[in-house]
Design a protein around this ligand. Structure first.
Ligand code: PLP
Length: 396
């Protein structure tokens, strides 16, 4: 095999948020935890990216950088090829990270007291961005239906009627529940938002991580009116494991909205991209596709492995294979533990550093999010600990 995704690469002493012992001690109380929480991969990124970065590093001068045509072309070509989405390069606004972008977007389009809808359980920095920038959160919880998640349109229709609701943050694909929203689902949501003058911020950072049999639909690609009433956040960071390089792109087809966003960036002195970020993005989007196909197949294999293991060996736990993302959302409610006992059990007894479901907001209680972008042996180790833990609980 050309790629060695099974190989365990020691990430200690690389300032890794996920693996650094002092971070694990601070966050989870023990430096010997097996970390499968924060969403980055334990795989080396594609060789052409490493080669491009090494070449740039060898130049030895790392002064202020600017973006050139080839950067924009790489993004336009990638989206046309992978998602059948034809962007105009003038719509692309560089921003150093999707989370910073979501914060700047709330700053730009919400006044104090305005409200923003999120679909919980959902990526928790959305709530932080809303709260920290003076807006209020309105919940449009996802519904559990036949072991899966769907949007609650009746609830959404009711909530958008509040004139203070200005924005909806859509997570597409959805972290943590792993749904890849179908075009019809997005259409229904988009029509409701359009009719009620609610701006859609589509966080599509996971849009390249799609499992077989599913297809990502960029929200803005559905119609011109959706494009004009939306802002899409994309990045190569999840796709190619480049999160530490802080490069993301905010796609704003509507001229007026784009200008307003650019003023906020200006006011926050966000101007020059990271030198290495732009080099990595271009190499990844132009030469990283074979690696992406291979890593997706490996991750899907990990998901199948988890599914089989949970079904056969973890009584009280259920798991539905995600349609997208590399995040596995495991349901532990069948163990009948309250949230704090579940968390203590995971951390103190099993030494697993996972993302507790409750941090994603209501509806997440009783779940654990496992990052499956790692060598399969680590997943086997984690699930083995859970299996032994359940046996111990049942023998009490
Ligand atoms: C939905 C979602 N948005 C944004 C991010 C982080 O984006 P960035 O690192 O570009 O700030 C993540 C990371 O897990 C995510 O899951």
């Amino acid at each position: 095999m050309q790629y060695q995704f099974d190989k365990i690469i020691d990430r200690k002493n690389t300032n890794s948020v996920k693996w650094e012992p002092n971070v694990l001690k601070t966050m989870f109380g023990d430096e010997e935890m097996l970390p499968m929480w924060v969403a980055d991969m334990d795989f080396k990124c594609p060789d052409p990216v490493v080669e491009a970065l090494v070449k740039r590093a060898e130049h030895g001068i790392y002064g202020y950088a600017d973006i050139d045509e080839s950067y924009y072309e790489a993004i336009v070509d990638w989206n046309a090829r992978r998602n059948n989405w034809q962007l105009d390069k003038s719509w692309i606004v560089f921003t150093p990270g999707v989370v910073p972008a979501v914060n700047y977007l709330v700053q730009t389009f919400c006044k104090t007291g305005d409200k923003v809808i999120i679909q919980n359980p959902v990526y928790y920095p959305f709530s932080m961005a809303i709260n920290n920038n003076g807006a209020g959160i309105v919940l449009n919880p996802l519904k559990e239906e036949a072991g899966d998640y769907v949007m609650d349109y009746e609830d959404l229709e009711a909530k958008v009627k509040d004139p203070r609701v200005r924005m909806l943050i859509l997570c597409s694909p959805h972290n943590p529940v792993g749904r890849v929203w179908r075009k019809e689902e997005l259409e229904r949501l988009g029509e409701i938002c359009l009719a009620n003058d609610v701006l859609v911020v589509a966080d599509e950072i996971h849009s390249d991580l799609i499992m077989s049999g599913h297809q990502h639909t960029p929200f803005a690609s559905i119609s011109e009116s959706f494009a004009n009433n939306s802002i899409t956040c994309v990045a190569p960071s999840k796709t190619f494991n480049l999160a530490g390089l802080q490069v993301s792109n905010i796609i704003i087809p509507n001229d007026k909205l784009r200008k307003e966003y650019q003023v906020t960036l200006e006011n926050n002195a966000i101007r020059h991209p990271n030198t290495f970020g732009i080099v990595a993005l271009e190499a990844a989007y132009t030469k990283g596709e074979p690696w992406l196909e291979a890593v997706l197949a490996y991750i899907e294999g990990n998901m199948d492995f988890i599914k089989k293991f949970v079904d056969e060996r973890l009584p009280g736990v259920t798991f539905k294979k995600p349609e997208g993302t590399y995040l596995a959302w495991l349901d532990f409610r069948g163990l009948n533990m309250d949230q704090s006992s579940l968390e203590k059990w995971m951390q103190r007894d099993l030494k697993l550093a996972l993302d507790e479901g409750y941090i994603f907001g209501s509806g997440g209680e009783g779940f654990e999010r496992i990052n499956a972008a790692c060598p399969r042996s680590l997943i086997e180790e984690a699930l083995g600990r859970i299996e032994r833990g359940i046996k111990a609980l049942n023998s009490k």
